[in-house]
Design a protein around this ligand. Structure first.
Ligand code: ZN
Length: 301
């Protein structure tokens, strides 16, 4: 149970010598909202929670109107997991299949089995340039965190360590979720990276620290110990979808005239469900008829 009514946020930090940078995020409410909206089973909740948290962490390094989208595509039952984030901490996510249908594995969840061992991680960044930046790597473990680290290290060429955790309660709701990324900047002495990795691997699991109520500030201090660092930014993380009735109506209006006539001729309403927030937009046959008339008029002109 998450009794703390604290909001989700991401804390970005930089070591005083500039050799290490990173971000730590708590995403408990965000992941619970995604679970509730998509009706995911426990393994799928953990998988999409990790994908979303990793995406929010990457998003914390963006500026201005920049945005990014992350897709995990694998040969497991979840098939495709997708999340988007931006520089102001707005996040949304979707899953192709919300039910992994896999039994727990040991004390945990079979995330790698649910995603599938073979597949790809795609990252698309809209950095406000003419063309978006695109990166892709093969999945290395399908446990999500390691795949993000592999992507950052090999595609973006920044040696990185990523930890992502989602803990569920007895009913399958999210008790705590969060994650961290640590990156070595050019010129960072090798022994500092090794010492940091030793320190991180010696800590209890990230989700257990979160369940105990650790804040990003506490977790940051735990990782870095006595290394001097400072906070760079603190960004609130919220679930928000960009869909609207008007947008869905324009999408319907772009349909083929014949298809619209068919929708208008039905006795029941046409329901369009947003793939990100699962919000339902209902269009009565009369409204479909108006759209069809408009489309027909445009085709005739
Ligand atoms: Zn939506």
């Amino acid at each position: 149970m998450n009794e703390r009514a604290t909001e989700d946020y991401c804390l970005r930090w930089l070591s005083d010598d500039g050799f290490l940078r990173g971000a730590v995020a708590v995403t408990s409410q965000l992941v619970e909202e995604i679970r509730r909206r998509h009706g995911t089973d426990p393994t799928a909740t953990v998988a999409i929670g990790r994908v979303t948290t990793g995406t929010a962490l990457l998003g914390s390094f963006l500026k201005g109107n920049q945005r990014l989208a992350v897709t995990f595509e694998g040969n497991g039952p979840l098939a495709k997991l997708y999340a988007e984030s931006d520089a102001v901490g707005t996040v949304r996510a979707s899953l192709k299949v919300p039910i992994a249908g896999l039994p727990p594995r040991g004390n945990g969840y079979d995330v790698a089995g649910a995603v599938g061992r073979a597949g790809f991680l795609h990252v698309v960044k809209d950095l406000g340039m003419k063309e978006p930046y695109r990166g892709m790597v093969q999945l290395v473990s399908s446990e999500i965190g390691e795949d993000f680290a592999y992507y950052l290290t090999h595609s973006e060429q920044i040696p990185s360590s990523v930890g992502l955790g989602v803990a569920l309660d007895g009913e399958g709701a999210v008790a705590a979720a969060g994650g961290f990324v640590v990156q070595a900047m050019p010129g960072c002495p090798e022994e500092r990276i090794i010492r940091l990795e030793e320190r991180i691997s010696g800590l209890p699991s990230f989700s257990s620290l979160l369940v105990k109520g650790g804040t990003p500030e506490d977790l940051c201090a735990m990782f870095l110990g006595d290394w001097p660092y400072h906070e760079v930014a603190r960004q609130r993380l919220t679930f928000r979808c960009r869909c609207s009735r008007g947008q869905v109506r324009s999408m319907l209006a772009m349909m083929d005239h014949g298809e619209l006539v068919e929708l208008a001729g039905r006795r029941e309403d046409t329901v369009v469900t947003c793939e990100f927030c699962r919000e339902e937009y209902v269009f009565a046959p009369e409204e479909c008829a108006r759209l069809a008339a408009k489309a027909g008029g445009e085709e005739g002109s």
